[in-house]
Design a protein around this ligand. Structure first.
Ligand code: FAD
Length: 368
């Protein structure tokens, strides 16, 4: 462990290895009701290398066994000695709630990443429009912090939506940035008034009437949107209704995007059924080489589901092909993989697949 007070120059440190890190909590801040920022440093002497807007996946050591959760880095890579995630515990939350209840200063966690391509760095533009709601503000905050540090004159129109005034995450910092970045135009849109705080700003939901008021030249901007799926759908539909060219629209999903229903992994057989009567002809043998387990994938199952059914553990977090946590090497066979950007073309060429969104087309051997 490094001395907390010891300053090291960047060139005296090695960059973050992009596969696995152990992080140590160095700061915890209450941002809004049920929202906290956890700041980490590396327990090795490394600096953090990522693009603003990218995410990491944390392994949370629950008593029942570890679970994985993916969080955007709300920090900026322009300050590379620490990273931060800003997390919101929804009702019924298991993983985030565990963090709230168990992560204190000095706690250590395994982390994987960074990953993701939701970053303005991949889409250089003269003008940006950031639209976010709830915890979807995190990638925008990372990008805005980076712009403030490295390109403070950038033209950014930022529309942030929240249910109530007190639920606006990073409000004070955003207002400060608004006073320091000449090109930043900041708008908050609130759904409900609150007894806790008076509100004299914009109210309502974002729509084709309000957007031109908040960002009059939105058609000229590269748009980044993040928030709950119904919110992003509304933004997409609203932009499309105005004739906006959707090639300039980018979004990040924190949850599973709407997909066709997947058949139940293992349909229960009647008690007296002959196991041989199961559709064996359609099941595909899958060998997990490191575990030395012969499994099978039933029709409609993913490699991840087949692994779980065979007692083989493959780490997974988002389970919709975005976070990349379940990346495994395919030693033989072919799969149909429908990912959401969690794997690079180079990795696919090297034989890697994402187990959560790959279905076998023939016998498979997986290095796991
Ligand atoms: C790329 C990416 C970036 C993200 N960035 C952020 C971020 O910056 N900040 C942030 O807060 N989140 C972020 N998320 C979301 C985060 O990864 C978690 O999905 C989210 O926080 C919920 O996890 P949880 O442990 O809090 O809740 P979970 O325990 O996963 O539960 C979520 C909800 O599902 C319900 N639920 C859980 N299990 C079941 C079940 N078996 N059956 C029925 N319902 C169930 C719970 O009741 C709860 O309402 C991101 C996700 C992705 C993919």
């Amino acid at each position: 462990m490094t001395d907390p007070g010891l300053y090291r120059h960047l060139d005296e440190m090695v960059p973050w290895n992009d596969r696995l890190q152990v992080l140590e909590v160095i700061g915890i801040v209450d941002e809004a009701p049920e929202v906290k920022t956890f700041t980490f440093r590396s327990d090795a002497q490394t600096w953090f290398r990522y693009k603003p807007g990218q995410f990491i996946t944390l392994e949370l050591p629950l008593d029942d066994g570890p679970i994985m959760r993916t969080y955007t880095l709300s920090s900026s890579p322009s300050r590379p000695f620490s990273i931060a995630v800003t997390v919101k515990a929804q009702p019924g939350s298991v993983g985030t709630r565990w963090m709230f209840d168990n992560l204190g200063i000095g706690a250590r966690l395994k982390a994987f990443g960074p990953g993701g391509d939701f970053t303005h760095h991949n889409h250089p533009a003269a003008k940006y429009l950031f639209i976010s709601a709830g915890s979807g503000i995190t990638p925008m905050m990372s990008m805005l912090r980076w712009l403030n540090d490295c390109a403070p004159g950038t033209d950014v129109s930022f529309v942030n939506c929240a249910r109530r005034p007190e639920e606006i995450i990073f409000r004070k910092e955003l207002e400060l940035l608004g006073s320091r970045m000449p090109g930043l135009s900041l708008s908050f849109l609130i759904e409900e008034r609150s007894s806790r705080e008076s509100w004299f700003g914009h109210m309502g939901r974002i729509d084709a009437v309000r957007l031109p008021l908040l960002s009059p030249d939105f058609r000229e901007r590269e748009v980044f949107c993040c928030g709950p799926e119904p919110f992003m759908r509304a933004v997409r539909e609203m932009l499309q209704s105005t004739g906006f060219d959707m090639a300039f629209y980018h979004q990040e999903s924190f949850g599973v995007p709407p997909v066709e229903p997947v058949p139940a992994p293992f349909p229960e057989l009647p008690a007296n059924a002959d196991a041989d009567a199961a559709p064996a002809a359609a099941a595909v043998p899958v060998r997990f080489s490191l575990s030395d387990v012969e499994g099978e994938c039933l029709p409609g199952q993913t490699v991840l589901q087949a692994a779980r059914a065979s007692g083989v553990r493959i780490s997974a977090a988002c389970e919709f092909g975005l976070c990349g946590t379940c990346k495994v090497r395919k030693l033989s066979g072919e799969v149909e993989m429908n990912h959401n950007g969690g794997i690079l073309d180079d990795e696919i060429a090297e034989g890697f697949i994402l187990a959560c969104c790959s279905k076998p087309l023939c016998d498979l051997e997986i290095e796991s």
